[in-house]
Ligand binder design. Structure first.
Ligand code: TYD
Ligand code: MG
Length: 453
């Protein structure tokens, strides 16, 4: 009898440990380490058609490598096509992550039902009748789309051989299990093994595979980190469950840019593509209030628009108060000193309160200019146009400094419907065809001469 081999995995971050410990040294979570059975048996269920032993590979010079353009097809969903970089690539494996209930299954069922290619939609989460109810809700049908409820990959591949689909959808990778290892579905080793089988299938048959992935409480896709390395595209579906808007972003894309994003609205009959995102912004606009400014910040690698609020008022007591929420207090002191010394604003005898709305903590120096804008707006009691946003660092000499990933920030602002983008003159903006108005400044005074003119 073969000896069963076991190892320990952190169920939160996927780190492999030699023995059980109470806390994972990688992600610092407690009680997440679980022993899993891993059998080193080469019993992959997708049998390779070409024997590795017989296949000949040899190194080539770059100029000798034949370039065959990626074969793509549209998904009839403009936003998804843009995020994918122009449609689905044959043989690509796309992983779609997101919070429960955000609409991952809805999005992929909608795609499966509208795409002209033959689709096999495999669900391990819902029964066929539940999926039928959802399809009825979406008011869509398509004789080219087959629904299968199955969680065993061997069974799934058996069905694939019969159906010969052009696109495979898996809802979700965490529900699958393969016979070749013992661990339970959703465990690190099952996710690694089943996704390896699916990736092999995708590459060998040039069939695109769309995988849905659950996320853990940190917002990362649950399972081994290596899953994100193995797939070609990682998409994140996000939004506030209390609001109807959803944003689809790509975190990784081997076939396109990760700066693109798609916007949807969740309606009672499915997801609607939002091609004019300024409607989102306009719906949030109140009467013109002074003391607020919008900053473009980066959260990890992703741009994010945040609102900064400032209140500047005459100090009642001797020592003026300076309070911040979500922003570094020392940095606020620095900015106030710069404004006083370099731009001649007398804030020394004023209380200054600064707040980043939404309760988030931001360290990105690119929000400096928006902080300055909010403070001056409150001080002068002049509102800043709500379709203006800012991204620049402020230096000690009052100079406006460039920030990282400027093109991504501009694209995001444009997509979200902002009309004017204020940033440093010294940024290296590579793409030229932005429709958003760029105001490029090098000093604080210049920025405010244009804003409060
Ligand atoms: P779902 O696709 O099941 O989310 P996920 O797969 O990411 O967990 O979406 C579920 C939510 O979407 C649910 O709360 C109901 C809502 N919904 C609509 O508002 N309209 C619709 O047409 C559908 C199908 C779902
Ligand atoms: Mg679902």
């Amino acid at each position: 009898m073969a000896k069963t081999k076991t190892t320990f995995f952190c169920q939160n971050c996927g780190t492999q440990h030699a023995k059980w410990t109470g806390q994972c040294y990688a992600c610092k979570e407690w009680n997440t380490i679980v022993e899993e059975v891993v059998q080193k048996e080469e019993k992959r269920s997708w049998k390779s058609s070409t024997d590795t032993q017989k296949r000949v590979t040899k190194p080539l010079r770059v100029e000798d490598i034949q370039l065959n353009p990626e074969e793509r097809f549209g998904t009839k969903n403009q936003e998804l096509d843009t995020v994918l970089g122009g449609g689905l690539v044959k043989g690509a494996v796309v992983l779609l992550g997101g919070e429960p209930g955000i609409g991952k299954s809805t999005l992929l069922l909608q795609i499966a039902l509208q795409i002209p290619q033959k689709v096999l939609y495999v669900s391990g989460e819902e029964s066929q009748s539940q999926i039928k109810m959802r399809a009825e809700r979406l008011d869509m049908k398509n004789s080219n789309c087959l629904i299968l409820t199955e969680t065993n990959t061997q069974q799934i591949f058996k069905n694939i051989e019969e159906v010969q689909p052009d696109v495979l959808v898996i809802d979700s990778i965490q529900t699958l299990h393969t016979n070749s290892i013992e661990a339970s579905p959703g465990s690190i080793s099952q996710i690694r093994e089943t996704s390896a089988e699916l990736i092999k299938f995708a590459k060998e048959t040039a069939t695109p595979v769309l995988l849905i992935g659950h996320i853990n409480k940190e917002g990362h896709i649950a399972g081994p980190k290596i899953l994100e390395h193995m797939v070609d595209v990682v998409l994140q579906f996000e939004g506030d469950r209390n609001h109807t808007y959803r944003i689809l972003r790509s975190q990784k894309n081997r076939f396109g840019s990760t700066a693109e994003l798609g916007i949807y609205e969740m309606l009672s009959d499915g997801l609607r593509e939002v091609s004019n995102p300024s409607e989102i912004l306009i719906s949030k606009k109140d009467a013109d209030l002074s003391g607020t400014a919008i900053a473009s910040t980066l959260e990890g690698i992703r741009p994010l628009m945040i609102e900064i609020q400032a209140l500047v008022s005459t100090a009642v007591y001797g020592t003026p108060q300076r309070t911040t929420t979500g922003y570094n207090l020392k940095r606020l002191h620095m900015i106030l000193a710069v404004l006083e010394k370099r731009a001649g604003f007398k804030l020394g005898a004023k209380d200054v309160f600064l707040n980043i709305t939404g309760g988030i903590q931001v360290d990105d120096p690119a929000i400096d200019l928006a902080v300055v804008a909010a403070i001056l707006s409150s001080n002068q009691d002049l509102a800043i146009n709500p379709d203006v946003c800012f991204a620049a660092e402020v230096g000690l000499a009052g100079e406006i400094r460039p920030v990282s990933k400027i093109d991504q920030r501009i694209t995001e602002a444009e997509k979200l419907g902002y009309k004017t983008f204020v940033t440093s003159k010294y940024n290296k903006i590579t793409s030229k065809n932005h429709s958003i108005k760029l105001i490029l400044v090098s000093k604080i005074e210049e920025a405010f001469a244009t804003l409060f003119a």
